[in-house]
Design a protein around this ligand. Structure first.
Ligand code: 4AD
Ligand code: MG
Length: 461
């Protein structure tokens, strides 16, 4: 079998030659003596037209095919300079691998993304989703390549954990206890000693704490895996299950961290523009006009930097435009993040040094004792795509912060050990993989960049 992508990329090699392709019928027309099949073979979102005539033994069978059928076609590739598509196949044979039925839900017309979300098992057979999920796969590869080329060790951190890294209490509980008769102690608390692990456990919200233990052994590491958050936010940017990339570097501070994040994002942009030109042109034409030019510009220019305090001063002047008013101490909402990156800086911007109250316990306290060495990277169209920080490496300060927040030392004994045995300055960040895919494809809804989305009230397939 030759791939349709190969035919488009190197057509001169194949014109007037015999070719063989396997694919699915996207459209078909027939008359008494001949017909056309439009085939997509999955290697490229473009289709290939196949002309078949009544001389084929199974001419009647082919005429009766429905959209969605799987076929293997053998024939001659013929140039068709006057037609919409540059070439077609004149079939010597069309072997029907698997027929389809007339109720196949993806008919040859434009379907809305909303409609296609109701059939995640079939939507990958449409042009847009072919392009999205192929590029998603490439971005994953590019991210691994970026870190591997820099000698970062890929760590597989666990999905089931006993800690809440972000301290936001947005965890999915993991338990084998039977819902009807969960054992409780005298005070009515669930008795987890009877549970599988003998303690309370949940799906991880972040691999960072485990990642830090490896950074203290390997210096530079990264994780790349699924994370879970039971956030009740029904937005276009939140999923309950999403993938995160979390590098962690020992002997590094917040500036090193931001430099790494910027280099990584630029690397991935360049990689995708270079290695998926067809898909990127498709997005540029049909999903987000101007996408390619914008991404090229981002890859070629420096990201902006602003402290949280400066950002709040800038935003306060525009409070009349916002649903949520900004004051020093409030967390930035998507509307504020987007205003900063789209209207003020007009490029990706790092916001640094947030108030400690709105950030996680592990972030390094700044000398002002009010802010922490945090950084969020905001990008146009999305808002926060990366969240990171330098970590508190001082044992006493970390304990103090944990006490203030009511975290139990025994739950974080391993984490505290890292500050007792050869603590070093260190820093890392988390890139939301789906948000990265949205940014690079111009797709507007997180549900359309993850193959099988899990969001509030939605866990199909
Ligand atoms: O800012 P967050 O919560 O940071 C952490 O989890 C740190 N432990 C990372 C680290 O320093 N190692 O999440 C990081 C990124 C966000 O910037 C966002 O892109 C993405 O993860 N993210 C989500 N993406 C989709 N759906 C959600 N519900 C998300 N929550 C966070
Ligand atoms: Mg964050």
């Amino acid at each position: 079998l030759v791939t349709v992508r190969e035919l488009y990329r190197n057509s001169s090699k194949y014109v007037d030659q015999k070719v063989r392709i396997g694919g699915w019928v996207r459209n078909l027309r027939d008359s008494k003596t001949f017909g056309f099949l439009v085939i997509n073979d999955g290697t490229y979102f473009q289709t290939l037209q196949v002309v078949f005539g009544e001389q084929l033994d199974n001419f009647q069978e082919i005429c009766k095919l429905n959209v969605g059928a799987a076929v293997i076609v053998e024939g001659t590739l013929v140039a068709t300079p006057k037609a919409k598509q540059p070439f077609e196949i004149q079939a010597d044979s069309v072997y029907v691998e698997g027929a389809s039925t007339p109720d196949y839900p993806i008919q040859p017309k434009r379907h809305s993304f909303e409609y296609l979300r109701t059939m995640t098992h079939l939507r990958a057979r449409t042009n847009t989703f072919q392009a999205v999920f192929r590029v998603r796969s490439l971005i994953a590869y590019a991210i691994h390549k970026f870190f591997q080329e820099r000698d970062f060790v890929y760590v597989h951190t666990p999905l089931i954990t006993g800690s809440d890294c972000e301290g936001a209490g947005e965890m999915f509980r993991v338990t084998t206890l039977e819902l009807e008769n969960i054992p409780k102690d005298e005070e009515g608390h669930v008795d987890y000693s009877k549970d599988f692990f003998g303690k309370e456990t949940n799906l991880t919200v972040s691999g960072q704490l485990n990642g830090e233990t490896f950074a203290m052994a390997f210096r530079n590491i990264y994780t790349f895996g699924p994370t879970f958050r039971a956030e009740n936010s029904n937005t276009t940017r939140h999923a309950a299950e999403f993938w995160m990339i979390e590098p962690e570097m020992a002997f590094a501070d917040l500036d090193d961290n931001m430099a790494l994040a910027e280099a990584m994002l630029k690397y991935v942009i360049n990689y995708v523009l270079e290695n998926a030109p067809e898909e990127m042109n498709f997005f540029n034409q049909f999903v987000d006009k101007g996408l390619i030019e914008r991404l090229k510009h981002v890859a070629d220019s420096d990201f902006a930097h602003v402290t949280y305090t400066e950002a709040v001063e800038l935003l306060e002047k525009h409070n009349d435009k916002f649903e949520y008013k900004v004051h020093w101490g409030t967390d930035l909402q998507t509307e504020h993040e987007r205003y900063l990156t789209e209207k003020v800086f007009k490029r990706p911007v790092f916001v640094t040094d947030y108030p400690k109250e709105i950030k996680a316990f592990y972030m390094k306290m700044n000398p002002d004792n009010k802010t922490v060495a945090a950084m969020d990277l905001l990008v146009p169209g999305i808002g926060e795509i990366i969240g990171g920080s330098q970590r508190e490496d001082n044992y006493d300060k970390l304990i103090q912060r944990m006490n203030e927040l009511g975290l139990r030392e025994e739950d974080y004994a391993f984490y505290l050990d890292l500050r007792r045995y050869g603590s070093t300055r260190h820093a890392g960040f988390g890139l939301g993989f789906e948000r990265c895919v949205m940014y690079l494809t111009g797709m507007g809804n997180i549900r359309d960049v993850i193959p099988f989305p899990r969001t509030v009230k939605n866990c199909d397939i």
